[in-house]
Write a protein that binds this ligand. Structure first.
Ligand code: NAD
Length: 325
């Protein structure tokens, strides 16, 4: 049984708790948000935890397992026995996830970390931590959400038909009923729009985000995003990063996807034929399903590596996720 912690208890963190509930191979034992944390070695109840978070603003209020804290990650780390964490934290500022990784390294904790980071520059920061992660006995898998993550891995599999890869084109459609369920995701998406930066999006109040979304009718159209699928595919030897493009449409007012999420992999076969493989996600699958499923599939794979003494940094493009039963 793998004991799992979730850092960040917003949209993805809560979905992660629900995804784990029916699993036999993993138990959700702990979570931290900005104001507190909760831990129970035999497992937490997602319904109660989510209700507490919504009613009182922090999982730290969960009786009797919660603790309020301004250093929730550090305290959860010190007061728990966890095999692996899913980092469902906002990467705001763009250095935040690397800072959390450094915190884990400094703590002496050993285990598996999985994130769903999106920006190339954020994954680059983690790459510089590879030797320290390895020395610390941490197996860290980065970019393990949907994109990067599921779609990047699908591109690696699809590339095997070709002798040369010409392009990888990722197009995502996300539909969510209201933006407040995924504040960090939406702020980070706004940061990709012309005229915005990560700093600017981080500094926007909820009312400002609301007002901005009113202007666009709740729709965000994203093109040529700085997305780590590019560096991950380059490192995996698939193609140079300039051949990878990522864009999509996010509807923040309707759970129906505005378009079908897909990845198109174009290449030349050994016979000289140019062709395109397309992998399309089912429209009924939510962003949460396509991020949390792969994240735990990679956490299971990471645990297998960790148990074999293989530590350091890996990306979702170089390891096959394992299905969690
Ligand atoms: P959210 O805003 O809904 O929730 C964030 C949570 O983190 C909150 O519970 C908050 O309290 C907690 N938090 C913030 N600062 C903290 C701190 N210092 N210590 C402890 N907890 C802290 O976020 P979300 O919309 O679920 O997104 C989480 C991340 O997932 C974002 O970075 C987003 O970009 C990423 N994401 C990745 C993919 C992908 O496919 N790779 C898809 C969607 C979202």
């Amino acid at each position: 049984m793998i004991k799992v912690g979730v850092l960040g208890f917003g949209g993805l963190g809560q979905a992660a708790a629900r995804v784990l509930a029916p699993k036999q191979e993993m138990t959700w034992v702990g979570a931290a948000d900005l104001k507190g944390y909760a831990y129970c070695e035999t497992g937490l109840d997602p319904d109660r935890a989510i209700a507490t978070y919504h009613q009182q603003g922090s999982i730290g209020y969960l009786e009797p397992y919660g603790t309020l804290s301004n250093h929730s990650i550090q305290e959860l780390l010190e007061n728990s026995a966890v095999d692996g964490y899913f980092l469902a934290l906002p990467n705001l500022p763009n250095t935040f996830m690397a800072d959390v990784a450094k915190q884990f390294i400094a703590s002496g904790w050993q285990g598996v970390l999985v994130d769903a980071l999106k920006r190339t520059s954020a994954v680059e920061q983690l790459l510089t931590l590879q030797p320290e992660l390895e020395a610390a006995g941490i197996t860290y898998l980065t970019g393990c959400g949907a994109t990067p993550g599921l779609l990047t891995a699908a591109a690696v599999v699809a590339a095997q038909s070709y002798a040369e890869i010409h392009s990888v084109k990722i197009t995502f459609g996300v539909g969510i009923a209201n933006w407040e369920a995924y504040r960090a995701t939406i702020r980070e998406d706004i940061a990709h729009l012309p005229g915005f930066t990560v700093e600017k999006a981080k500094g926007m109040t909820d009312a400002e985000v609301e007002a901005f979304l009113d202007q666009t009718n709740g729709i965000l159209t994203l093109e040529n995003m700085e997305h780590a699928d590019d560096i991950m595919l380059e490192l995996a030897g698939i193609c140079s990063r300039d051949r990878v493009t990522v864009g999509g449409v996010v509807d923040t007012r309707n759970p129906k996807k505005p378009l079908s999420t897909n990845v198109q992999i174009t290449g030349r076969t050994f016979e000289g034929k140019i062709s395109t493989h397309t992998f399309t996600l089912g429209d009924e699958t939510s962003m949460a399903a396509n991020v949390c499923g792969p994240a735990f599939g990679y956490l299971k794979a990471g645990k297998m590596l960790h148990d074999r003494g293989i530590h350091g940094l890996f990306t979702a493009a170089e390891i096959m996720p394992q299905f969690v039963k």
